[in-house]
Design a protein around this ligand. Structure first.
Ligand code: ISC
Length: 434
């Protein structure tokens, strides 16, 4: 049973007490850095990158940790109050310039902690425009950006990476999936997404810039992220809100790639016709369209999915788009809350799927499969689902990798295990040394 415990924790970084006011300044950069990651120091980097565009940040001007059923609402309230007190000078006016926070939210109401972080320094790029934002407490000395540059150290590769089973070994996970198929056949629910984890250990604490650099290079069509120890490259955009328009990339239905182009094209055609995958996909699209509907004055939901080709797998994908009518009162984070958990990470019907996950998955998801992304002072932002992801735990030399699969009545447990292995490949490969 999923407990509805509500725990609200407010934690600020050391310099902030009472009701902090932030002084924010964004200036255009004439020379856009070739790679945003090359500008990030090793300590506490924040990242949201796709095809060279995006945001990187470091330092901590303010942070809030929330938990429980009100984790989104509490974080959103904290953010809007912080925005209300901030003095912002923004000479760029792009989405992501000015005051921004990065965030990562727990999958479930419990257990798990969620976080919004406001960095001290942000570098952003969008096409041929780049900018630098500094965020300071009112009255504090301003950030010296030259000094910040000087802190960037060489990226350290992971050493002697070893992988071990997580909460379940393969046989145990196969049994869990078979159990779920049986419950679906018995009519208890239509779809459930079940996940597993893998544990990696290394000789030295992970320099997260290493896997981030590899992920953003090898998976340019995904959103590469890092927030407070959770990193990955997700292909799934839960919600992007920008200047009154909302979009969501829904994925569900997967086939592994072989690496041989002709064979993969044939597999893509098979995927596009597979009734099992189309059914799984339809549940996910419906859940997103239904949740967005109250916020939109018009919406476009394509009738048929396209096939998204990634280096390791192919997915059925649908881009849902809409015009929002409540931007003034509902932020992108609140939209993410309304959409979460979609059937791409929970199941259908949602309550039955969440109850089954709690009962049989046997693993703490933490922030895996929860919303991860960023938001600006207008409430615009991008929130992906933290898939193809991993969490750095303990002393920094242990990493939990995650992968999940949508299970429907026609699923085959062995095929789902193979699919989960393929979904672990991006992060697994990103941890390989030089
Ligand atoms: C839950 C995951 O993938 C979801 C997203 C895309 C396709 C999925 C699938 O085909 O099963 C999953 O629903 C994951 O990668 O951990």
């Amino acid at each position: 049973m999923r407990h509805r415990r509500v725990l609200w924790v407010f934690v600020t970084s050391a310099p902030i007490t009472g009701d902090p006011s932030l002084v924010v300044r964004t200036v255009a950069l004439d020379d856009a850095p070739a790679s945003l990651l090359s500008r990030v120091p090793a300590e506490g980097p924040l990242a949201w990158l796709r095809r060279g565009d995006g945001l990187v940040g470091w330092g901590e001007a303010a942070v809030v940790h929330t938990a429980g059923a009100t984790r989104f609402t509490d974080a959103d309230k904290w953010w809007s109050e912080l925005v209300g007190r901030a003095e912002v000078t923004d000479g760029v006016n792009e989405p992501g310039s000015g005051l921004v926070c990065f965030g990562s939210f727990a999958f479930g109401d419990e257990p798990g902690s969620s976080v919004l972080v406001v960095p001290r320094v942000v570098i952003g790029r969008r096409g041929d425009r780049a900018w630098l934002t500094t965020i300071e407490l009112a009255g504090a000395p301003s950030v010296d950006s030259a000094a910040v540059d000087a802190e960037v150290t060489q990226i350290v590769p992971p050493a002697n990476v070893l992988f071990a089973d997580g909460a379940r070994n393969s046989d145990e996970w196969l049994a869990v999936v078979s159990d779920a198929i049986g419950r679906i056949e018995a009519g208890a629910l239509e779809k459930v997404v079940l996940a597993r984890d893998l544990i990696a250990t290394t000789d030295v604490p992970i320099d997260v810039r290493w896997p981030l650099r590899k992920l953003s290079r090898d998976y340019p069509m995904c959103w590469t992220f890092h927030v407070d120890g959770l990193f990955g490259a997700t292909p799934e955009m839960l919600v992007r809100r920008e200047r009154g328009l909302v979009t969501s990339r829904v994925l569900a239905g997967t086939i592994r790639r072989t690496g041989a182009d002709e064979r993969d094209l044939a597999l893509a055609a098979t995927l596009a016709r597979s009734s099992k995958d189309l059914e799984e996909h339809e549940y996910a699209v419906r859940s997103v369209a239904d949740a967005l509907d109250p916020h939109c004055s018009s919406m476009n939901v394509p009738e048929a999915p396209f096939v998204l080709h990634l280096p390791n797998v192919m997915h059925l994908a649908t881009d849902v788009a809409g015009v929002v009518h409540d931007s003034a009162t509902v932020s992108s984070l609140k939209l993410a809350e309304a959409l979460h958990p979609s059937a791409a990470v929970g199941g259908t019907p949602t309550p039955a799927a969440l109850a089954l996950i709690d009962e049989i998955e046997g693993m703490e998801r933490g922030r895996y499969a929860g919303p991860v992304g960023w938001m600006d002072a207008t409430g615009d932002g991008e929130w992906g689902l933290a898939l193809r992801s991993a969490e750095i735990v303990g002393d920094g030399a242990t990493v939990r990798l995650f992968a999940g699969c949508g299970i429907v009545a026609d699923s085959d447990a062995e095929a789902e295990l193979a699919e989960s292995q393929a979904k672990l490949v991006p992060v697994r490969d990103s941890l390989a040394g030089a």
